[in-house]
Design a protein around this ligand. Sequence first.
Ligand code: C5P
Length: 666
Amino acid sequence: MYKIPFLDLPPLRAASGTVRLPGSKSISNRVLLLAGLAEGTTAVHDLLDSDDTAVMLEALTQLGCQIRKDGSVLQVTGLGGRLLPRAARLFLGNAGTAMRPLTAALALLAATQGGEFELSGVPRMHERPIGDLVDALRGFGCHIDCLANEGFPPLRLSGPSPLALDKPVQVRGDVSSQFLTALLMALPLVAAKDVVVEVVGELISKPYIHITLELLKRFGIEVRREGWERFTIPAGSRYRSPGSIHVEGDASSASYFVALGAIASVNVPLRIEGVGSESMQGDVRFVEAARAMGAQIESGPNWLAVRRGDWPLKGLTLDCNHIPDAAMTLAVMALYADSPTTLTNIASWRVKETDRIAAMAAELRKLGAQVDEGPDWIRIAPLHDWKPAVIHTYDDHRVAMCFSLAAFNGLVAERPVPVRILEPHCVAKTFPDYFETLFAVVDTSRSEIPVIAIDGPTASGKGTLADVVAESLGYHVLDSGALYRATGLAATRAGIDLDDGPKVATVAAGLALSFGKGRTLLAGEDISDELRQEATGVMASRVAVHPAVRRALNQLQLDFRRPPGLVADGRDMGTDVFPDASLKVFLTASAATRAERRHKQLIAKGISANIESLRQDLESRDARDKTRAAAPLHPAQDALMLDNSAQTIEESRDLVLDWWAKRRPF
Ligand code: C5P
């Protein structure tokens, strides 16, 4: 998939509808590991499909687990605690939820069964500490080498080596709760006698340990807990597959939509499906924080409905130890508050995908906010004078997602500004469709959604140029010619005389068109190939002369103007349909070049063609388009002219993107 370098969010204003959340990352990767270690096959439902789960699945496959996709269900047949390959090199990306527990599990398996495993990740993964876990494992007798820096991945785990599990195992709990989770998930592999884990220091992120314990229970392991300091894995513990398991929606991902409802769902609530009052995830408690800031929230077992309550939101001071990930969302909500917001007890932010305190402070300041920070806290003042900001995302999905909420600045600022999110694909870590999901439930005033209009004569390459420009910007595309072509085709099929304007207009008004995956469907029938034929182009230019037809297609075209933006190509995009387009390009090429291109296109499709007659067709179609009374083809006054006769498509694209960059406020 093409990765866009940035995504510009236009000012957004309202939110309504229903969001279905992707599966929880924390639950998905724990379930995968447990299913991979257990005896038997587990049917995993609603698993998150993301970078982090892909990394875990790949690692489990390398370790010999059988993984089979069965529709939307994943069937995982586990190792039953036995090592199959005794050696493997596992690349774990930036997935802490894979690195930590696999380190613990493989260190113990290598110690008891023999083997050698290397675990590595992306450069950032190699900066994320794992020393406390390594120390704890070495404490039992596991053999672990840190291959670059002591206390950090990459790691080599080797064995056999004798394990001493009689004394309580000690692990620090104040850096990352994932170390304790890793031990709790791995120790049942070697629990011939009771194994006791003691936490040293105040345990952070307790809710994640709760998830670990709940899931261990589902896989047959009843850990005895004394406070949050002492955990006992009973002698004889063995993983048993529950047969089938459902992954809850991601509660941290829910936070963006809870915030969205609190900010922008003024009358009708925004409904969020996948998590609710019965969730095992600690981050559902974000709901309490959002309520404290003014949101009105109702809930059911696995749904939430959120509406704006107090507005502006209310600033607060909150200990966020219980909702470390979702708390980042509060930092952006704070911009819309009536007084400063202080988030405390968030030291763990410093060792996540990036140093999140530094990242949030730096990026909030770019928007114009006043931010103070300390080792484990951050304070954000409400913002009134918003600046168009380019948000760096540090390969951190949560930075990208929470800053999308800054696009609602038009609700409080005098002059709304767009927000640029760099490398937006980083959301794939937990929520690959985040922006599509967001755009599906937001609304804004049409005039604030940018349009790039590309007009020009037949076969000038508008369609291709529009596609590549839209792809680079993550914008929607409108091929307006296709609407005229479909109208011509539908009218011809219905036996209507193409010169009968009113009758053809009725057809245009009732067109049952749908688009998807590069195909165009008319009343469910795929007409993409027929649409591109030269004869259909001629029908189009005949129906396009009727003002009534043009009027009938107007609203349909306007409806393509949806966030984040639109690239529209045709004859009158810049002149009639989107006269307020932010950039207008008039694309031309010599008749000879155009005939040649069309010829190549047709030949490539296996359609025989003659250049000379093609050229005559093009010229007569252009003549009709230019001389007709209704919206004749001509460049808009403010259009930039682009003759691409001697240019490659990439050159034309880069030129248009360059023009576009100059019109942006960043
Ligand atoms: O661009 P394409 O070749 O698909 O357009 C087919 C015909 O539809 C054009 O020749 C023109 O007559 C008509 N058209 C139009 N206005 C547009 C797009 C296409 O009149 N915006």
